[in-house]
Design a protein around this ligand. Structure first.
Ligand code: UD1
Ligand code: UDP
Length: 381
């Protein structure tokens, strides 16, 4: 038996790691030891609960208003102690959060091979998204096995000198998670959402949290959403608010008292994917939502200047619109009123995965530790 330790700490890592945890647990070769940092708390626990993941170790690092350095040092310190007591044969980290990079560094310092899931995404701008672009580049320098979701991400890694034999194109495990969840059409705990989902009203689903958007950009978003709510009384805007108080303080005041704006707590993943499946369009700065919505044929307006996920932009279902108030209002209005434009963007495409990314991931790890061999790669964008 080889001990494999997935390490994760935030909501999106948990969602994308869940299919891998499940596949590792099913493999006869592996003892899967789940470690969470607790960089997120409620939003992490919500995902683990849905997928039935019970962590073996929890570093419980979250502090309100935590700094990047605190996330980094508390994770490395916690893992230092953990590895001294039990040393896994490999660790698995996902994506570009500070948990992910700190865990990769801690493992690297201990000579433990690092498997990087969702490797090779690049925006090309070190400051956007911040600090994620730097995080993912740092992890690429020290990972032993790079699991690229698409051939575009593989190309990025090759350009940076990663050996081709150390890269496997798996597809993104978020599509595994989405496909396993969305069809269940789980009930909403908030009765307002249950009523809305069955009312036939058009829904604009909004999420925001990016660090580089905090402040002026988020205040722009709040004002833009208030204007859209006034101009489009037939539309309901649903905003599941991130737990970060900085986000809430910037976006929510402008929306106070708007009858067609519904602000909720973070939704459990099953509820969020159901809402996505009934939404008319999506306005977001999220990475994961950019990957999921195209799969469900939902047009996505991305409130960022650039993206490390160009595949759905190329497919025409994602449009980068930045964070200017006028532009947000005009692009939403255009999608609502220009049927041709809406139809052109509302194509269901799957450039990010086919639901088999976790199986490819586990096969690649089996090859890494010498008990199997990799399987056919994802043949997407
Ligand atoms: C983090 C990741 C980001 C990822 C995002 C997903 C880093 C640097 N950032 O950003 O890459 O896209 O998660 O959502 O790794 N909070 C809670 N409870 C929670 C979660 C957050 O109270 O369950 C609050 C805390 O006040 C915390 C703040 O939110 O200080 C920010 O959380 P943090 O993890 O530092 O940054 P995110 O913006 O969530
Ligand atoms: N999500 C969720 N509940 C919500 C909002 C988002 O489960 O209320 C899911 C969403 O489906 C996606 C992930 O959270 O899989 C995205 O997380 P987030 O936007 O926080 O982080 P990012 O992907 O930008 O790193």
């Amino acid at each position: 038996m080889h001990s494999i330790m997935p390490i994760f700490g935030t909501r999106p890592e948990a969602i994308k790691m869940a299919p891998i945890v499940s596949a590792l647990q099913e493999s006869a070769h592996f003892d899967c030891i789940v470690t969470v940092t607790g960089q997120h708390r409620e939003m992490l626990d919500q995902v683990n609960e849905l997928f039935g993941i019970v962590p073996d170790h929890d570093l419980n690092i979250l502090r309100q208003g935590q700094t990047l350095s605190a996330i980094m040092t508390r994770t490395i310190d916690g893992l230092e102690t953990l590895f001294a007591g039990s040393r896994p044969d490999a660790v698995v980290v996902q994506g570009d959060t500070t948990t992910s990079t700190a865990a990769a560094i801690a493992a690297f310092y201990h000579g433990i091979p690092v498997v990087h899931v969702e490797a090779g995404l690049r925006s090309g701008d070190l400051l956007s998204p911040f600090p994620e672009e730097a995080n993912r580049k740092i992890t690429s320098q020290i990972a032993r096995l790079h699991l690229a979701p698409t051939s575009t991400s593989r190309e990025n890694l090759l350009r940076e000198g990663v050996s081709p034999e150390d890269i496997v194109v798996t597809g993104n495990t978020v599509i595994d998670a989405l496909l396993a969840t969305v069809d269940k059409q789980l009930p909403f705990t908030d009765p307002r959402l249950e009523e809305l989902a069955t009312s036939g009203r058009r829904i604009l689903l909004v999420t925001t949290h990016r660090r580089e958007n905090q402040g002026d950009a988020m205040r722009n978003m709040g004002r833009a959403l208030a204007r859209i709510a006034d101009a489009e009384p037939e539309l309901t805007i649903v905003l599941p608010a991130h737990k970060n108080p900085v986000v809430r303080e910037a976006v929510l005041p402008a929306l106070d008292g708007k009858p067609n704006v519904l602000v909720t707590e973070p939704l459990a993943y099953g509820e969020f994917t159901r809402l996505l499946s009934v939404a008319h369009l999506v306005l977001t700065d999220s990475g994961g939502v950019q990957e999921e919505a195209p799969s469900l044929g939902k047009p996505v307006l991305v409130m960022r200047e650039n993206t490390e996920r160009p595949e759905a932009v190329d497919a025409g279902t994602v449009l980068l619109i930045g964070t200017d108030e006028e532009r947000i209002v005009s692009e939403v209005s255009r999608l609502i009123h220009d049927q041709g434009h809406f139809a052109a963007m509302a194509n269901a495409v799957n450039p990010y995965g086919d639901g088999k990314a976790a199986a490819r991931t586990v096969a690649a790890i089996e090859e890494l530790v010498g008990v199997g061999s990799r399987i056919g790669e994802f043949d997407g964008a």
